[in-house]
Each structure stands twice: as structure tokens, then as C-alpha cells.
Design a protein around this ligand. Structure first.
Ligand SMILES: [Mg+2]
Length: 292
């Protein structure tokens, strides 16, 4: 199992040595001042920070506040470890975003227990975030997460951005003839095939039922055409066994649109792709239609 990484920040080297020794079951990274600590959390994957308050230059409160202001580091839990034990200091530590507070000299096993519980919280949060973003049947992004990521892509850079709407042809007939569990197998087979073909930075989600969407950036339009055609052909080759042992064949239709001067937001882009999907259905299905 991967070991968690803990950043310990203290201007006193002796304190760092004690913590490093205590936390030997974890990967420990050390920083001797606030600036260095911020640099490390900006560059490395850190799961937890143990943070001293009184340091020359940037103090621990400021480090904490800056980490909480930054989207990239906001989620990292911070435990303050400090010689200050007055109530004002403790209140301020929680106010600026710390999750726990330990006074020096600390009790080693108590500190380890607190570290462990915060790391377990982090793991649970990550699991919940994963589940909340996924379609439970297929494991790909659900509708909510798809729109969140697609909107982000659009606002970051709409240039050379494509949207594809995909739909399993005559899916209702598959369900009616073979039953819903078999229909589910078809949906899983289709999403598996698409996941295997699209690139990692494309956003692929299930919008509902048998309807899917992809958002992707490419410089070369021909490449996009080829990619979507290869998805369509791959699905055409698939076979799924029904619950009663019958072989099910199926196809998909695809509508694709690229951002141009007439498209102002993600909804309009998806709308255009959807219109092309509608045309693909009208043209006999098992087709990819590009908006020109
Ligand atoms: Mg200090």
C-alpha cells in the first residue's frame, strides 16, 4: 500500500528530528519555514501538514491561510503543533482552517493517533468524492460531474473544443427483447469500448439512460473524425451475451460539433452536437455526423 506523505514544518531542527523519528511509518517531508512549506505543497502530493505557529518570517497562521485560499491545497488537513497554549492562539488556529491543535511538549502516541484519524478522514472524503462523481453502473462520470468538468474545459479554452453526443441505437428494443439486465450489459460494453479509445484528458460521461457525451480538445479535425469513427466501428463489432445466452449486436449514433463564432457556451455546443445526433438517427443510425 502507498504510504501517506506528511509535511512537517518547524523552524527548530531538533523538533523536526523528533517528528521525523516519530512518523517513521510515513513518508515525511521537512520544511524549516513557511515559504518553503508553501513551495512543497504546491509541488508535491502531501496528505497532511504538521505546522508550527511561531516561525521567523511567515508564521504558521499565514501558511495555513494561504493554503486554504488555494484550490490546489485547500483540501490538505493541517494540524498545528505549537508551544503556545493560550486560548487565543488555539481559537485563531481553528479560525484560519486548522483541523487540530497539539501543544508542545506533545505526547507521542497521542500525536500519532491524531495524525492517523486525520489521514483516515482524508481517505473517506476522497472515496465520497469519487462516488459522487461517478455513474454507479458504468464507473464513468455522471451527468453532474460531466457538466462541471465540461464547463471548466469550455471556460479555460474554447478553441479547438469538440463535443460529441452518443446514443445507443434502438436501445428500447434491446431492453424489450432481452430484458433490462441485458440492456445494462450493453451499456457497460459500450462505455468500456469508448473508455478504451478516448484520450485521458477527454471528459466522458453518461448523461442518462443510453445517452453519453464526450468533450475533447484537438488541433486536428480529421483526428477527431477518425477517433469518433473508430468508436462507432468498435461498438459495431461488439457482442454481448443476453441473460438467456443469446448474442446481442448493437450500434451507436454520434453527433459532433466544434466551437465556432456562433457558439457562446457549453450548452449551445452540446445543443449543436445533439442536433447532429438527431440527423444521424434520421439518416439510418450507426452513423457519425459532423456539424460543418
Ligand atoms: Mg517555532
Amino acid at each position: 500500500m502507498k504510504r501517506e506523505t506528511i509535511l512537517v514544518v518547524d523552524d527548530t531542527v531538533v523538533n523536526l528530528d523528533i517528528l521525523v523519528n516519530l512518523l517513521r511509518d510515513y513518508d515525511v517531508v521537512e520544511a524549516v519555514n513557511g515559504e518553503e512549506a508553501l513551495e512543497i505543497v504546491g509541488q508535491e502530493q502531501v496528505d497532511l501538514v504538521l505546522l508550527d505557529i511561531m516561525m521567523p518570517g511567515m508564521d504558521g497562521y499565514t501558511v495555513c491561510r494561504k493554503m486554504k485560499e488555494n484550490d490546489q491545497t485547500r483540501g490538505i488537513p493541517i494540524i498545528f503543533i505549537t508551544a503556545r497554549s493560550d486560548e487565543n492562539a488555539i481559537e485563531k488556529a481553528y479560525d484560519c482552517g486548522g483541523v487540530d491543535y497539539v501543544t508542545k511538549p506533545f505526547k507521542p502516541r497521542e500525536l500519532l493517533a491524531r495524525v492517523k484519524i486525520q489521514l483516515e478522514h482524508q481517505k473517506l472524503i476522497a472515496q465520497l468524492e469519487f462516488l459522487a462523481a461517478r455513474d454507479s453502473m458504468t464507473g464513468i462520470y455522471n451527468r453532474r460531474k460531466f457538466f462541471e468538468l465540461a464547463k471548466q474545459k469550455f471556460s479555460e479554452n474554447p478553441e479547438n473544443l469538440y463535443a460529441a453526443m452518443l446514443d445507443i441505437d434502438e436501445f428500447k428494443k434491446i431492453n424489450d427483447r432481452y430484458g433490462h439486465p441485458s440492456g445494462d450489459r450493453v451499456i457497460k460494453a459500450v462505455t468500456g469500448a469508448i473508455s478504451g479509445i478516448i484520450d485521458e484528458d477527454s471528459v466522458f460521461g453518461r448523461l442518462g439512460g443510453e445517452e453519453f457525451a464526450i468533450i475533447c480538445h484537438y488541433d486536428n479535425q480529421e483526428f477527431v473524425v477518425n477517433k469518433l469513427e473508430s468508436i462507432r466501428k468498435e461498438v459495431e463489432q461488439l457482442e454481448v451475451m443476453s441473460e438467456k445466452g443469446e448474442l446481442i449486436k448493437f450500434t451507436i449514433s454520434e453527433g459532433v460539433a466544434k466551437v465556432d463564432g456562433t457558439i457562446r457556451n457549453l450548452d449551445e455546443l452540446l445543443q449543436c452536437a445533439d442536433e447532429m445526433l438527431y440527423k444521424a438517427k434520421g439518416a439510418g443510425r450507426n452513423k457519425t455526423i459532423f456539424r460543418i
